[in-house]
Design a binder for this molecule. Sequence first.
Ligand code: ATP
Length: 611
Amino acid sequence: MPYAAGLVTQPSLPARDLWRILRLTLPDLWRAQPLVTAGLFLSGAAQGALPAVTILIGKWTVDGVSGLLAGQSVNLTALAGAWAGVALLSQVTATVTQVMQGVAADHYTLHVNQRLMRRMTELQGLDVLEDPQFHDDIQVLQDGASHRPLNLLSTLVYALRNVVAAISVAATLLLVGWWVPLVVVAGLLPLMSRQMQFYRLGWSLFIQRTPEAREVNYLTRVALRHEYAKEVRLYGLAPHLQREALERTRAYQNTLRAQRTRGLLALLPFEALSLLVTGGLFAFVVAQAQAGRVGAGSVALVVTALAALRQELSGLAEMGSIGTQHLSWFAKLDAFLNAPGGVHSPARPQPMPADGTITLENVSFAYRDQPPALRDVTLTIPAGQTVAIVGENGAGKSTLIKLLLRYYDPTAGRILIGTGAAQTDLRDLDLNDWRSGVAAVFQDFARFEWTLRENILLGQTQDDARLHAAVQGSGLNTVLTDTRTLDTRLGQAFGGADLSGGQWQKLATARALYRDARVLILDEPTAALDPRSEAEVFGTFAALARGRTTLLVTHRLGSVLMADRVLVMKAGQIIEDGTHAALLARGGEYADLWALQARQYEDQPGEPVLA
Ligand SMILES: Nc1ncnc2c1ncn2[C@@H]1O[C@H](COP(=O)(O)OP(=O)(O)OP(=O)(O)O)[C@@H](O)[C@H]1O
């Protein structure tokens, strides 16, 4: 099933979805660190009340000073104390909020990262990894995992602060007239909503740009990474990469600039309306003061409250839109965590059959949007048999192996394990149980930048005897020296040592030998080995294959001699099936391939080998 989730592809979320995500996210936040989160929001709310208190103290101070000037006796000491108290409280709550925010965010980030990693381990197949949408999402999620949780948290706290501040500051205007807050808010709200739209534009452009960003990232990676360095230098690729990256980035930036300018121009009429309302109110209060109906304190209150309200509403618009961006990221996370993941283990797995016979029944398979790579393959491999699979490039050999490992499920037909009544569809077996019984050496095995030992154990506990046997059997012992031991770290990212291609392959072989598997898969396992090492390793494989079901994919027909049986594949089908001797005698495709390879080793000077 393709990876797809409705929410994921939407550049900006409708309000309904935002609320849904907020409702999902808040309890999560709470669970990550309940007490600190509660303290954080409380101190945010307390901070929100301070601007209104400051405005009121300002009003009373101005009224007091007016009284003093008019010759009245007024005591301003209490007000001065209140000023100092509010300033101190503001400092303390700001510091406390910051510290708590750090603590809560650390926990929340860890929580979110753990969920992401867990989800990746749940995605058991390779199918989702081939979906471009998945790559876009993973890029956005990976980029945001370290900062989105912290940002969402601080945005929510600031938004709460802004809301409390806006309401309490608006309430101070009640002292001038009951209708004043209503008029002011009505004048400022349209501007606020427009500002929010403007800020949201940034996120939607970011989302729309993601495939472009992925291209630019890839180009940068090719330019900088070691694995591409030889070709990049030999073919003088760097200027081309730089040009491409520049063009794509510029195209995006031009769109962004044009959209930003349009957004800013659209704000102008709303700015004018808000100025009209606040300017009108200011003129009204000054006229009232001149008429002696209100004091100087009220004028000061209106001036400071209007400025503060404008600032708080603008801040709220910004927090609202930034919060929307963070919530859109969390919506993506939610969609990713809940999207159908293709290959998965059954909820109630069947018991593993004692007999490991593998049967393919009319199996067909096509990769996403591709013509079939396997067509109606029917085949039985009795437990313990060693089978070589040969055939030209693209014949479907590796695909057959991938289906056996359940990296994909067949598009049609089924793969059965066991015999008789115990025969069970591979899809009904526990995936981890099945895979733990399989050892494999792939052509493109993973080169983990860990120690040699960790590369062999891959998270399993160490069994000294098995480790020794694996190191000897794979020929890895010849790679070890006084300075290169099993505890030497590999890979350049961590300043470790590097191995040659053949040495890495021995390590990958040791990894497979270490597993106590009943099925052994060897997909071009000796491609990088020198002839002597190859001969030695095949000796090991032959010994290891005894008693195990072994599938050997190879282009080197010499190695086929270790197999009980040979399958020849062509265009997704098995066209020949028999022993080496029988297929040679048959004089078909296998016999042709064999003769062709044999000729390459014959001494025929002057004759082109593969003409
Ligand atoms: N991940 C993939 N996505 C799409 N198509 C794929 C993928 N992997 C393989 N194919 C296609 O499926 C067909 C069979 O490929 P497969 O790798 O099974 O061939 P093979 O016999 O192992 O070839 P080789 O000898 O070159 O390794 C080919 O046409 C290949 O292009």
